[in-house]
Design a protein around this ligand. Structure first.
Ligand code: GH3
Ligand code: MG
Ligand code: MG
Ligand code: MG
Ligand code: MG
Length: 315
């Protein structure tokens, strides 16, 4: 209908379709004490296929957020018993930054005082009751888009372009924090350096582009073998560094032995050729004074693994 009436709106319609297709994965929490309003906001969102959760009080909302860390947006009413929407917003902001979660405050005040309070307490945006569906959708999509853009920028600065793994800078940023907390909490961590064996031969035999695909396959193996909380990074070339929190030396040996075996067993099929590679892995599973010390140590272990004939985990 829109396309017929205004053909120039094709970009808008395409963006809308994209939104609706992605919406099912987007969790939005409605906090509203009036059942009637709660239902009408829910319906508006469900028409657009969002995954909707709802709460009638601030405390209920906090509980739901605690259980659903992947909520992307909270839409909250102002006037509610126990805790008003502004107070709820301040509470949420103690644990969820504006980069991670959008909060839209809804109020029926005409003088703008509540809207200002919402923004001051960390809301991303606000809507005045009553509102048009059109404005509601605009605010919701714009705020979700903004979160996506922020995520894209974060990814660009923290991830490696070829493999999608974390880059060296991010490894150190987050790694230093994990290392410091391990020292504080007296927990165990391990650092592993992984280097593909005789990789020059792959490039020489099949060309640099195939070499890149091999690096990508090995990256996938590493990412799949590790946990969500591990930092799997590409340090450069065909060399990777992995930091695994909360792991005993015995378990880290098991993990990296499994990684080594998986790489050895994998047949990487590119451009009609079956390519097999192996990797050598050096592990430091003793908590040393600095992260750098642990990397140096894992590098020394890698060097030993190479000297002992490669395709080996040295701990
Ligand atoms: P080994 O580690 O077993 O000692 O032998 P190697 O052949 O893997 O030796 P080395 O680590 O010195 O060489 C790595 C090669 O990886 C050198 C370089 O040409 C190639 N390389 C580095 N970065 C990239 C990249 O991004 N893509 C591709 N295709 N090749 C790369
Ligand atoms: Mg109310
Ligand atoms: Mg080398
Ligand atoms: Mg190598
Ligand atoms: Mg190397």
């Amino acid at each position: 209908y829109l396309l017929k009436k205004r053909p120039e709106s094709v970009d808008y319609v395409l963006a809308l379709i994209k939104h609706v297709m992605e919406a099912e994965n987007v969790k939005i929490l409605i906090v509203e004490d009036s059942r009637l309003y709660r239902r009408s906001v829910r319906e508006l969102l469900e028409v657009r296929k969002y995954h909707v959760l709802s709460a009638a009080t601030g405390n209920e909302a906090l509980e739901i957020i605690r259980k659903n860390p992947d909520i992307r947006m909270v839409i909250t009413d102002y006037y509610m018993k126990e805790m008003d929407g502004v107070e709820l917003t301040s509470q949420i902001r103690k644990t969820h930054t504006r980069d991670e979660m959008a909060i839209i405050g809804i109020s029926s005040d005409e003088d703008g005082v509540v809207s200002a309070q919402f923004i001051k307490s960390g809301a991303s945006d606000f809507l005045n009751k009553p509102f048009l569906a059109e404005e509601f959708y605009c605010r919701v999509t714009q705020n979700l888009d903004l979160l996506d853009y922020i995520q894209e920028v974060k990814d660009l600065s923290s991830k490696d372009f070829l493999t999608g793994l974390y880059n060296r800078r991010y490894f150190f940023d987050l790694g230093k924090k994990i290392h410091a907390s391990a020292l504080r909490e007296k927990t165990k961590i391990a650092v592993a350096t992984v280097d593909i064996d005789y990789f020059k031969r792959v490039n020489d035999t099949h060309g640099h582009d195939v070499g890149d695909l091999v690096i990508q396959s090995v990256s996938n193996i590493l990412a799949n073998a590790c946990r969500e909380t591990d930092i799997v990074s590409r340090f450069g070339g065909e060399e990777f560094c992995i930091l695994t929190p909360n792991i005993t030396p015995a378990d880290s040996l098991k993990l990296f032995e499994r990684v080594r075996q998986t790489i050895q067993d994998s047949v990487i099929q590119v451009q009609g050729a079956d390519i097999r590679v192996t990797a050598s892995i050096g592990v430091c599973s003793t908590l040393l004074k600095t992260l750098d010390d642990m990397i140096v140590r894992s590098d020394q272990m890698l060097y030993r693994a190479k000297n002992q004939g490669r395709n080996k985990v040295q701990i």
